[in-house]
Design a protein around this ligand. Structure first.
Ligand SMILES: [Zn+2]
Ligand SMILES: [Zn+2]
Length: 258
């Protein structure tokens, strides 16, 4: 099974640069420091899975030339992971159908609270006109399938809340995480690729920092690790110098085949 993973964005909640054109410690001349909010696309044959709906979703779908998805997985309800939901409307138009959304009860409740209009019934006179995003929600309770792909969720500690990590075959995605339980580590054995949170070098209350992420990578021992969700303190070239052989910093548009 060959999976293709595309980094649609690898930035923190603010993206890089932040509003005000603040590049922090990042070199503005390096295109790899220009980061949209964190999201990925996972593809296998004709199956396309999106993880998260960032406020940059429109730009990300255009950049990756996405014309359809078979499902969107939502890790948690922070603004940088769901506030792009309105852009699904235009994907509905292109696909001419509803989009399946997979998340846990807590996150779905938050999406319903923040974007209640999405779940209103289409007006009977709409006649297939998608004047709002149309999503069919599915609650994740354990392993589930999207077409031929089996997806294994696991809980992650995000400081003041929880997030979902996802394993698909020998690939796992762990965005927005500050601690991992023993149960989560069990889901992370034998990985070909692990994409994992690493906000910056200094510790943070809700995100892993470099030392912690590298400790995890040393324990999990994936064949390849890619760090993501980086903020403007994290310059691509500078952080790359601090990474071991099998570990790389993400950049928007990065494609990895496993
Ligand atoms: Zn985030
Ligand atoms: Zn978050």
């Amino acid at each position: 099974m060959t999976l293709s993973i595309t980094i649609l964005g690898c930035g923190s909640s603010s993206g890089v640069p932040t509003v005000g054109n603040n590049w922090g410690k990042c070199n503005p001349k390096n295109k790899k420091n220009y980061r949209l909010r964190s999201s990925i696309l996972v593809e296998h044959k004709n199956t396309v899975i999106l993880v998260d709906a960032t406020p940059d979703l429109r730009q990300q779908l255009i950049n990756a030339k996405v014309k359809k998805i078979d499902g969107v997985l939502i890790t948690h309800s922070h603004a940088d992971h769901i506030h792009g939901v309105d852009d699904f409307r235009f994907l509905n138009v292109v696909m001419n159908k509803y989009i399946n959304l997979y998340t846990n009860t807590e996150t779905l409740e938050q999406i319903k609270k923040k974007f209640g209009y999405i779940f209103d019934k289409l007006h009977p006179n709409a006649n297939g006109f998608f004047y709002k995003p149309c999503l069919s929600p599915f609650i994740i309770e354990g392993k589930f399938n999207i077409n031929e792909l089996s997806i294994e969720p696991f809980d992650q500690d995000h400081g003041f809340g929880k997030t979902l990590g996802f394993r698909i075959n020998n690939f796992a995605y762990s965005s927005d995480v500050v601690e991992l339980s023993e149960e989560a580590f069990k889901k992370l054995n034998n990985l070909d690729l692990w994409i994992v949170d690493c906000l910056r070098v200094r510790p943070h209350k809700t995100h892993a920092h470099l030392e912690k992420t590298l400790k995890w990578i040393d324990r999990v021992k994936p064949k390849k690790a890619v760090i993501t969700h980086m903020n403007n303190e994290t310059d691509y070239d500078e952080i790359s110098k601090l990474l071991p052989n099998n570990c790389f910093a993400a950049y928007d548009g990065m494609k990895i085949k496993i």
